[in-house]
Design a protein around this ligand. Sequence first.
Ligand code: SF4
Length: 402
Amino acid sequence: MSPPVTGPVSEAVVDRPLLPLERERPRALYVHVPFCVRRCHYCDFATGPLEDESVATSWLDALRREASARTPERFEPRTVFVGGGTPTELPERELAGLLELIGDIAPPARLTEWTVEANPGTLTPDKLALLREAGVTRLSLGVQSSHDRILQTLGRIHSWDEAVAAFGMARAAGFDDLNIDLILGTPGSTLSDVEVDLERFIALEPDHVSTYGLTFEPRTNFALWRDQGKLRGVGERTERRMLATVRRALHGEGFRHYETSNFARPGRASRHNAVYWRNGAYLGLGPSAASHVDGIRTSNIRDLPSWLRRVREGDGTAAAETERLDADRKAGETLVLTMRRARGVRRSWLRSRLGFDPLRTEERARALGRAVAAGLVGDDGDRVWVTGSGLALADAILADLL
Ligand code: SF4
C-alpha cells in the first residue's frame, strides 16, 4: 500500500513548534518501484512498462543516491514496504540490487515486517528465492478477482489459474504471511461474482485480504471509457452490498475487519500500514513516494525521467511537494487516519500525541454528535470508532470530522 497523502499540498511551511507526534523518529521505510508489464485500465499509480533493463539499472542507481541523501541519522526502521508498480517485474539482477540496498538501510534482523508487492503474472521460483533469502517476510499479491472476464476488464496481465499457481509457489517458497487484494465494483461485476471470489479466496487460505472499491481515476482508460459511455460503475448500493458480503464471509472464517479496507487473521494485521494509520513517521524513496518526517509530508516527483534527472543532477532529493499543516489541521488528519481502524482512537491517545483533544473543537464535537446519534460512530467517553453500520459511509463521516 502506498503511503497516504492527505489534504491539499502546498509549499508553505507553517512555523510552529513540533507536536509530540511529530517528534517521533521514522521507523518505517517505503520504496516505490515504478515498473509494470503494462498499465491496468483503472490504475493511476506512478508506473510504466519496463522496456529496457538499463532503465531499471538507472532507477536503482538513482535510488541509491536518494537513499544516501535522505536517510535520516540513526534511522532504524522496524518495517519495510516495497510497492509500486510491480517490484517483481524487476529483472533478477536489479531485484537483487534493490534487496541489498534495502538490507543496508534496514537490516532484516531488526525488522518486524518486510512486505513486497507482487503481481501474480511476474513471480518465478528464482525471484521468490531471492526475496526469501534477503529477509522479506510478507508478500502482497495483486489478485483482484477470481473471474478471468473481470481480470480482462481490469486489464490485468494474469488469469485466475496463474494467480492460484503464484500463491502456491509463494507458500512453497516458505512465505507464511500472504495478503491478497480484491477489487470491488469492477464494471460488469455482480454480487454473485463477489460471493464466488470469496469462496475461492478463502480456499487459498490467505493470512490477510485487502479490499478496495474501484474508483474512476482521472486520466485512466476506465475514466475515458466511462466518459464515452462505454462502461459504468456498479453503483454505490451494489458496492455497499459487496462490502457487506466480504465482511460476512471473512468474519465467518476468523478474519478481523481491522481497518476500513483490510481483513486479517489473528496476528496478521499489517504492521507497516499501522504506521500510516496512526499518522506516524516514515521515509519514502523512489518516484512519487511520500514521506512523513518531523511533521512534514513530502511527495516525490511522479514522472520517472524527471525524478531520475532531479536525483542525479541535484543533491539527491526529488521532492515535488512539501506540506506542513497547522496544529488543528494536523490533528484533523490524525483523527481521520486513526479512525480508519476498527478499534478507532482514544481521546487520551490523541491528547498525548497532539497535546490537545481535536474532538473538543466546536465543529468536530457537533459532527461527532451527529454521527453518534445516527449510530454511525460509537463513543464510550474515551474511545471513538466507526460502527459496523457506519463503515460503508466511513469516507463521508471522516470528511465531516476532518
Ligand atoms: S499491476 Fe498494479 S501498479 Fe501495475 S498497472 Fe496494474 S494496478 Fe497499476
